[in-house]
Design a protein around this ligand. Structure first.
Ligand code: G4P
Ligand code: NA
Ligand code: NA
Length: 190
């Protein structure tokens, strides 16, 4: 998606060979006009996939996911990193390990909002090793739902997440695919 690639080149900052900072339009400040265009693009790509719910992981997936859901005219559901005290016992949970951050956390989905009649589209900001996306797939499956696919804003194509998800048979649609990062260098997949 040229709009997103141009924004990344204009405002993204490659800190080193693995990390791209996009705080000015995705992770801290959010560009709603860009998010609307992103949502429209995901909705267009997945329009024939029978999507009934859009799923995302808090927090940075929420903005693009809500615009995607709006353009598909379906609800959006946030997978929670912190178990709310007011969630009842009717939940699915799974553990996610982040190799980038060297941490792990529990991800929770209330089964009140996803059931076997659903087909879910998973949206997230970054795809690195694919651990978060794979965890979201596990939760959707635990709820009995079908997976329409996975929509990603920025895929770090030099890491193994995309292949991991393709190997499981999922449609992975990434709007910007980064082949290489280094201090001050951002190269997209040709
Ligand atoms: P994985 O799920 O694909 O294996 O990825 P990883 O463990 O690397 O992701 C951990 C967190 O780091 C995620 O955010 C992810 O969006 C973010 N992340 C990964 N690579 C980059 C990068 O190059 N730049 C930026 N800005 N973020 C990156 P999170 O901890 O879930 O937090 P949130 O931002 O959604 O709140
Ligand atoms: Na994220
Ligand atoms: Na993030």
């Amino acid at each position: 998606m040229k709009l997103l690639e141009d924004k990344i080149l204009a405002e993204g900052r490659a800190l080193n060979s693995s990390t791209l900072k996009v705080d000015s339009f995705i992770n801290h400040q959010v560009d709603p006009v860009l998010m609307d265009a992103i949502g429209r693009e995901f909705a267009c790509h997945f329009k024939n996939a029978g999507v009934t719910k859009v799923l995302t992981i808090e927090s940075s997936g929420i903005a693009p996911a809500v615009y995607t859901a709006m353009h598909l005219n379906v609800p959006m559901i946030i997978l929670k990193k912190q178990t709310s005290k007011i969630l009842n016992g009717n939940v699915a949970q799974t553990n996610i390990t982040s190799f980038t951050k060297g941490t792990s956390y529990e991800l929770t989905l209330s089964l009140d909002y996803v059931n076997p009649s659903d087909t879910v589209l998973i949206i997230d900001d970054f795809l690195a090793n694919g651990e978060a996306a794979t965890g979201a797939v596990r939760l959707a499956k635990a709820a009995g739902a079908k997976i329409a696919g996975i929509g990603i804003l920025i895929e770090k194509s030099f890491q193994k997440g995309r292949q991991k998800l393709l190997d499981q048979g999922y449609d992975v649609y990434s709007l910007a695919r980064i082949a290489r990062l280094d201090e001050g260098i951002i190269e997209f997949v040709k």
